[in-house]
Design a binder for this molecule. Sequence first.
Ligand code: PLP
Length: 399
Amino acid sequence: MDDLGRSLAGDDDMVMMGGGNPGYIPDFQKILKKRLTEIIANDDIFHNLTGVYDPPQGNLRFIESCAALLRKEYSWDVGPENICLTNGSQSGFFILFNLFAGEFEDGSVRQIRLPLAPEYIGYNDLGLREDFFIATKPRIDYLEDRMFKYRVDFDQLEIGEETGAICVSRPTNPTGNVITDQEVTRLLEISKEHDIPLILDNAYGVPFPGIIYSKATPMWDQNIIKCLSLSKIGLPAARTGIIVAREEIIQAVTAMNAIMFLAPGSMGAMLADSLVRSGEIIELGKKMIRPFYQEKSRKAITCVQRELEGTPYKVHRPEGSMFLWLWFENLPISSLELYERLKKNGVLVVSGHYFFPGIPSEWKHTRECIRLTYSQNDDDVARGIKVIGEEIKRVYQDG
Ligand code: PLP
């Protein structure tokens, strides 16, 4: 975390390919500036932005706009009672995970089931007790052009009393995987059989910001807890997470909001309300946000194929988000050591071993992978991948 803060603050010449900060999209900035100007021009609205607590559920006008959009676009049977805001989806996950897992009053202990790991690094320390996650290793499909894809291994997914909820990010951070509609449907069936919720983390996904390059239907029903965020569309500093779930879950999260924060912040809701109310947020995703990242992904893959040529690398097929997941089979050093060496050479990536909560560390993918982010400046990304290529060649030659 120290690395990420330091480099984003522009303190040094590091090539920053480590964090999950969204890229800079000038046209989106223009939209935000225009909205801010409108807010500042109106004393009442400006006062609401800065001088009034929202209720613990979050800004009600924005919540109504979200419900109306989801009903209109996707026919989801949701009203404002099915939606609440959190201070970033990260704090929403803290609340949800500890609501459904941990130690309960009757002495039982439940865990969060990750049907597929690698999974989002930010889940790792969210549990209020040890052994919070159980995860299942994926099946691997080997594809053309040195690509591969992780799939949920339903044969290994044995769920019992110990599981309090299933959670999966779609697209997945760190791999850029997008689990298929069929996989989601099957996970939903399993969650219903066991009377536990399926938490879908759509921080990068549909309906917005829509950073998905493959096909993915936005799904919701009473058994799904859908977590959205305004961060990756370009508002990470506003810290706005959106949870869509059945009413009693929303009430529980709202109560936790009141205890922990009094109220979620209003900034994201007020900046994005007109985009959501008009439905423009979905169009922006399709026409501005997704093309921006898809083009970056294409360029990053071209660099990988050029700079890593001659090494036994593989790359997860990029289907969404802003990451490439590189797998170096039989890497002579650990991915953590590779991270250290790259850092010495001025490139920050994230060692893959952090992304396997609930998976035993003897699985080779936990030692042989790194995640890199392609959301920042293209020249820097190209420079970073060149350095990775040079280091990887040295590692395979000399250890
Ligand atoms: N989920 C995933 C998969 C993420 O990558 C992130 C942030 O990087 C989050 C959730 C949390 O996002 P935020 O708290 O900014 O909404």
